[in-house]
Design a protein around this ligand. Structure first.
Ligand SMILES: [Zn+2]
Length: 143
């Protein structure tokens, strides 16, 4: 295992025992530091980590890495691109759910048969003498 973290290796400096980067940017994953360095600047990442309580630093480092990766992949929207897509999926799913709930409500009016018969309005055809069944108050619109 390297005695220097990825940040100190990148900056070609000695890695001290209290290096803020060491636990979160290991030397065996140089890409991790390269991403955050490219987006935020290495010293800014160090300052951000120092402002955070130690027990939250790993999570913060992971988040900075994720956000930096997304910003590199999508320079315009970054993480917001993912959030927008997820909102769109939620919206589409809610619309689909509303359609299905409407279909269920319509089907419940048809079944069970005994209950449904009370909703029937039996109309006798005047001219042919045949019987037509018509729903009394069921109109379902599906887009
Ligand atoms: Zn270091």
């Amino acid at each position: 295992m390297s005695s220097r973290c990825a940040a100190c290796k990148n900056q070609t400096r000695k890695c001290s025992s209290d290096c803020i980067f060491f636990p979160y940017f290991p030397a065996n994953d140089p890409q991790r530091f390269a991403c955050v360095h490219r987006i935020y600047g290495g010293s800014n990442v160090g300052k951000m980590l120092q402002q955070i309580p130690p027990y939250l630093r790993e999570q913060a480092a992971n988040t900075l890495y994720f956000e930096a990766q997304r910003r590199i992949q999508d320079p315009v929207y970054g993480c917001t691109g993912i959030i927008s897509k997820l909102y769109e999926q939620i919206n589409n799913t809610e619309i689909a759910l509303a359609h299905i709930q409407t279909q269920i409500a319509c089907l419940k009016l048809q079944v069970p048969q005994e209950k449904a018969e009370s909703n029937f309005n039996v109309l006798r055809a005047q001219s042919s003498g045949t019987t037509e069944f018509q729903w009394q108050s069921q109109v379902c619109w599906f887009n």
